[in-house]
Write a protein that binds this ligand. Structure first.
Ligand code: IMP
Length: 499
């Protein structure tokens, strides 16, 4: 007969946090939400990747495209761009995140010194930008020779047939900065020299970006941006276990910072082989996470394959019907707690710490606090991000409610991309997800700030200033069904609906 695990498997809703002593230094301003994203060893943590907030967006068509990835990396999190699309399309998304530089703008109004004022006027009208970068042959990424601004063309006697070299401020009279400078340093130069525009060039004097004074406020807003060594926003990419031989090198070439295998059941030889091969061949270039799993034996298996982090959760996702269809899964809270214990035991034995990601089933903001208190290092969310302006789903109405589309990766809709391509992807015989809607709630930034404030408040109540303190100090309790009722608003007469 089959083995049966002792005890029932629990979900987030069945837990609450018990407050620990809140010390006076435990304030919102003093809390760090930085957390490990990849493997770290006692001996050296220089190589480990970190997140600035413990949240990543799910590798789903309705969640993580380039727009979402940019918005989330600006806040300190990370998106895993979905792999249910062609390798070319996925690489294109990755590239556009890597090329995006908040505050560093690639000039779209570039001409050569021999172009005429009339051409400049036409281009300015087309792009809506008044600053014209002048390069030797009029292309971006060419040697910068000057700038023409509105001020230069405001002179009374301008002949539209004059060439721009007559009006431009030449390079030797411009303040410029070199590629690699941080936005903070660029803004300092702008203020010090009272500039409106600071061109950024490389060592060969080729134009890379323009930085504008007017963008300063926008860039100041994002103090926790997740960036790589070259100050580019970071982005992850999902892979599958059948075309990784081609997909992985292409994603590395496109600039992906980290990979994760996207699978509803990660305890498989397919995944072991994929992770092992990628670690052997590309381990010096990129890190990779494995999953999804719900039991410690599977955690050890993926760690042995070389996983840099492990994703936990089967059957708990908002659009997921894996449990109904296959009878496979486990209450997400029990899965996280058991695997976190195994992870901690591994660390005690070896000094190697493998971060775990709680993936799926996060409904309320406080579930994020619970997942971390239970031992997760970060959480992956689909439904949460699908509700925002930045998600790819279409906005529509159901009755009076504004909603956005949200569908699972295990639906035929998601699988459709490979129908006419020779990908070797097995056909879907039955669906493991649904095609549905989520309530639309507005922009990512405003909503995320509220979620993070709640997480910080929970940490303050538990006397924790860091994610690591929180995991170590938290005290959790299982609640009875009647205390769940007690926890909501109850025994009240509802206000009548106003006309
Ligand atoms: P959510 O945050 O509750 O919406 O869960 C998101 C997670 O659900 C994803 O990160 C995946 O692990 C999982 N998921 C995505 N699509 C499907 C599906 O079609 N079936 C089952 N699970 C899915």
């Amino acid at each position: 007969m089959a083995d049966i695990i002792d005890g029932v498997s629990h979900t987030f809703n069945e837990f609450l946090l018990i407050p620990r002593l809140t010390t006076k230094d435990c304030t919102h301003g003093n809390i760090s939400l930085t957390t490990y994203l990849t493997k770290v060893s006692d001996k050296c943590d220089l190589d480990a990747m970190r997140l600035n907030i413990p949240m990543v967006s799910a590798a789903m068509q309705s969640v993580s495209d380039a727009r979402m990835a940019i918005a989330l990396a600006q806040e300190g999190g990370l998106s895993f761009i979905y792999c249910s699309q062609s390798i070319e399309e996925q690489c294109k998304m990755v590239r556009s995140v890597k090329l995006y530089k908040a505050g560093f703008v690639a000039s779209d109004t570039t001409l050569s010194p021999k172009d005429t004022v009339a051409t400049a006027m036409r281009l300015r009208a087309k792009t809506g930008h008044s600053t014209i970068a002048i390069t030797e042959n009029g292309c971006n990424n060419d040697i910068l020779v000057g700038l023409v601004t509105s001020k230069d063309l405001r002179l009374s006697r301008i002949d539209p047939n004059d060439s721009l070299d007559k009006y431009m401020t030449p390079i030797d009279k411009l303040v410029v900065a070199y590629e690699g400078i941080s936005l903070h340093e660029a803004n300092d130069i702008i203020w010090r020299h009272k500039l409106n525009c600071l061109p950024i060039i490389d060592r060969n004097k080729r134009l890379k970006y323009l930085t504008f004074r007017k963008d300063y406020d926008a860039s100041k807003k994002y103090t926790s941006q997740l960036v790589d060594a070259q100050k580019r926003l970071m982005v992850g990419a999902a892979i599958n276990t059948w075309d990784y031989m081609d997909r992985v090198p292409a994603l590395i070439d496109a600039g992906a910072d980290i990979l994760c295998v996207d699978s509803s059941d990660g305890y498989s030889e397919y995944q072991f082989d994929a992770i092992k091969m990628i670690k052997n061949k590309y381990g010096d270039k990129i890190k990779i996470g494995g999953g999804n799993i719900v039991y410690p034996d599977a955690f050890n298996y993926l760690v042995e394959a070389g996983a840099d982090f492990v994703k936990v959760g089967i059957g708990g996702g908002s659009i997921c019907i894996t449990r109904e269809q296959k009878g496979i899964g486990r209450g997400q809270a029990s899965a996280i707690i058991d695997i976190a214990r195994e992870r901690d035991a591994l660390y005690q034995r070896t000094g190697v710490y493998i971060p775990i990601c709680a993936d799926g089933g996060i409904v309320h903001d406080y579930h994020i606090s619970l997942a971390i208190a239970m031992g997760a290092d970060f959480v992956m969310l689909g439904r949460y991000f699908a509700r925002f302006d930045e998600s790819p789903g279409k906005k529509t109405h159901i009755g009076n409610q504004v909603v956005k589309e949200h569908w699972g990766e295990g639906t035929k809709r998601s699988a459709n991309w490979s129908r006419y391509l020779d990908t070797g992807r097995p056909d879907i015989i039955f669906e493991e997800g649904v095609d549905s809607f989520v309530p639309y709630v507005g922009g990512l930034d405003e909503n995320l700030q509220i979620t993070l404030a709640k997480l910080k408040s929970a940490m303050i109540s538990c006397g924790a200033k860091t994610i690591n303190d929180f995991q170590k100090n938290a005290l959790l309790t299982i609640v009875s069904p009647s205390s769940i009722v007690e926890g909501g608003a109850h025994d009240l007469v509802s206000r009548p609906m106003m006309e």
